[in-house]
Design a binder for this molecule. Structure first.
Ligand code: FES
Length: 114
């Protein structure tokens, strides 16, 4: 089960920029590249650095802590083929950027009451 979580407004992330946002209790990094928004899990797999506060150059973000680099479109590490940061689907709706999470990731317990 998945759900869409609003994380920011499009104007919060100008073209060529990125940002760090909370979706439920999960940190996500959102990037504005080539007219589209892309989202990655915001916690760097190296030592937990904030990818949403990294430097974005083209479609590659550089982690601010130790310089690991990822393609924001598919999460692929630029030098280690076996490392891929999880991506999150995005869409813009009603003036909000939404990211898609598994519903249990946001601790939403929607469902019928007994
Ligand atoms: S924590 Fe991101 S490169 Fe080390």
């Amino acid at each position: 089960m998945y759900q869409w979580i609003p994380v920011a407004k499009p104007e919060d992330i100008p073209p060529g920029q990125c940002g760090e946002f909370m979706a439920g209790d999960r940190m996500v990094a959102v990037f504005h590249v080539d007219g589209r928004f892309h989202a990655l899990d915001g916690v760097c797999p190296h030592q937990g650095g904030p990818l949403g506060k990294g430097a974005l150059e083209g479609h590659v973000v550089t982690c601010p802590w130790h310089g690991w680099q990822f393609d924001v479109r598919d999460g692929q590490h630029q030098f280690a083929p076996s490392v891929r940061q999880p991506t999150l689907p995005t869409r813009v709706e009603n003036g909000q950027i939404l990211v898609q999470l598994e519903s249990d990731e946001s601790h939403d317990s929607a469902g019928p009451s007994p």
